[in-house]
Write a protein that binds this ligand. Structure first.
Ligand SMILES: Cc1cc2nc3c(=O)[nH]c(=O)nc-3n(C[C@H](O)[C@H](O)[C@H](O)COP(=O)(O)OP(=O)(O)OC[C@H]3O[C@@H](n4cnc5c(N)ncnc54)[C@H](O)[C@@H]3O)c2cc1C
Length: 491
């Protein structure tokens, strides 16, 4: 095999030192594993600081859980689609502003449970009758009270319990908060929306942690042109190898050697690992030496949920001009909802969203069966619904490149979990959405985690190389510093 650059090595026999001495790199070299926003942000940061950087990505595309599909003749995000926190404090705001991307704000509320304002959705029951808006509002208020009461349950329990368990304690104590009939179904719909936020069922979500997230101000904004332009801009001029699945990471004598699926090896001074938590949980990458037990425990103790989307494109718009169309049911599992992209982007597209166990169950269906299932739901709400002319289906839970959608706090989550997850190990540094203590599960959290891992890696290497004046860090803020405001709309 040709050895074209400092990263390439065909030395499989352990003669790593002689190889790296021969190469004598002028500036430290870093391999970033994973071409999602976190990995690309890490690579960008180190490239700007004049490091030699190589990014290895297992898929045949960049973006990871940012996946903007263009086959509908309009951008449709099958992974992330909202900027959570439409404000200047959002680490992605400078870049989004600079690129002139527009946001459609679905909620001005910073609450994690309401990324859509109440007036912007319409609910139906299983028989296709519209739920009176007054009832939706009243049950929404009851749901808030139930959640408020769970705080007392939390204070009484030293051990963590699930949000669902806490809600059932509250309902036992406060019969006035219990709901019957249609109101009960609306309550289930609120729980379904909460489960969608965490991509997990309410019996898995930690009571102690669920509302401890540091939510940015400014509400939630849909990326009207899709998220991919952000990836494209950040990835410019980075040495990226697609279809390179890392299977082994060895870290000896201040060097890392990465093996990819076809047996080729790459050597560098350090590596930044940004693969999804699901990939780490499934032990798809072998570490030598093994990761310390404290990190392995953190990997296992953090929850990793699942969310899927089924996007449907129609030739005409036959649905009401609201942002969300929801269907209520006796259990949160059976509730469902469609995001109306027509409202935000003008394109005749509905996106069905499923989370938690239901999202895994959807993945077991064939494409046709999944679309049929969703169309049955839609026709319950709107009996005259037309059939779609195109569809897209995500399967994040079984995709070997993700094995889930994003992390959440499982019942019993230890307090120092994020520190352990993020802690460097030898010349290995950890980025990715899951290590972000304040904004895990989000694009901006993943971005910041990538930049932080790169900065830690940079300091470590400069210390190792004793060469502090050699390399200058150009901060990403400097590149995208702009006075242009965020462009926000709501039709
Ligand atoms: C359905 C869905 C909806 C979401 N909605 C939102 C939203 O609206 N707003 C929001 O802020 N966030 C949302 N998120 C979460 C957000 O997408 C993620 O937090 C973020 O994109 C994660 O970025 P990352 O770089 O950490 O990981 P990833 O984007 O997953 O990047 C990791 C990369 O590693 C690659 N990889 C995996 N294994 C290997 C290997 N062995 N070798 C080399 N490469 C490997 C993967 O292919 C991937 O490209 C959503 C996620 C999903 C799935």
């Amino acid at each position: 095999m040709e050895s074209k650059d400092v990263f390439c090595s065909n030395l499989m026999d352990g003669t790593l030192c002689s190889h790296t001495e021969r190469q004598q790199p002028s500036s430290p070299s870093v391999i970033v594993i994973g071409g999602g926003i976190s990995g690309i942000a890490a690579a960008r940061t180190l490239c700007n600081a004049s490091f030699k950087v190589l990014l290895l990505e297992s898929r045949d595309r960049l973006g990871g859980r940012i996946h903007t599909d263009y086959s509908f003749d309009c951008p449709v995000d099958m992974g992330a689609s909202w900027l959570h926190g439409v404000c200047n404090e959002n680490s992605l705001a400078p870049l989004i502003r600079c690129l002139g991307l527009t946001l459609y704000r679905t909620s001005g509320d910073n609450s994690i449970l309401y990324d859509h304002d109440l007036e912007s959705y319409v609910l139906f029951d299983m028989e296709g009758r519209q739920v009176p808006q007054q009832l939706v509002i009243e049950v929404g208020e009851k749901f808030k009270r139930i959640l408020k009461e769970t705080e007392k349950v939390r204070d009484e329990h030293s051990e963590d319990i699930s949000v669902l368990e806490a809600m059932s304690v509250v309902l036992d104590r406060h019969p006035d908060l219990r709901q019957e009939g249609l109101a009960h179904e609306v309550l289930q719909w609120y729980i379904c929306r909460m489960e969608a936020w965490f991509a997990a069922d309410a019996d898995m979500i930690s009571l102690k942690a669920w509302d401890q997230e540091d939510v940015l101000s400014g509400g939630h904004g849909l990326m009207k042109q899709g998220y991919y332009p952000v990836i494209k801009a950040l990835a410019e001029n980075i040495d990226i190898r697609l279809n390179h699945r890392v299977t082994k990471i060895a870290n000896w004598f201040n060097k890392v050697m990465l093996t990819v699926e076809d047996g080729r090896c790459f050597v560098a001074d350090a590596a930044i690992i940004t693969v999804p938590l699901g990939v780490l949980k499934a032990n798809l990458i072998e570490f030598e030496p093994k990761l310390p037990q404290s990190k392995l425990d953190a990997i296992s103790d953090l929850g990793f949920g699942n969310e899927n989307k089924i996007a449907l494109r129609f030739d005409t718009v036959f649905w009401p001009n609201v942002e969300l169309l929801g269907i209520v049911a006796p259990t949160s599992y059976a509730c469902g909802y469609f995001l109306n992209l027509h409202k935000a982007t003008g394109h005749p597209v509905l996106v069905y969203m499923a989370a938690g166990r239901f999202a895994y169950d959807i993945e077991k269906l064939s494409d046709e069966a999944a679309v049929n299932f969703v169309m049955v739901q839609l026709k319950k709400m709107l009996p005259n619904a037309k059939d779609p002319i195109q569809y897209l289906i995500s399967r994040w839970g079984t995709d070997l490149n993700s094995l889930g959608s994003y992390s959440y706090d499982l019942v019993g989550k230890p307090a120092d979990l994020y520190e352990r997850l993020r802690a460097p190990f030898g010349s290995l540094f950890f980025g990715g959405e899951a290590v972000s203590m304040d904004h895990s599960g989000s694009v901006h959290g993943a971005y910041t985690a990538g930049v932080m891992a790169a900065e830690e890696c940079r300091s470590y290497l400069l210390e190792q190389h004793g060469n502090l004046e050699l390399l200058q860090l150009v901060s990403s803020e400097e590149i995208v510093e702009a006075t242009v405001p965020l462009q926000i709309s709501r039709m």
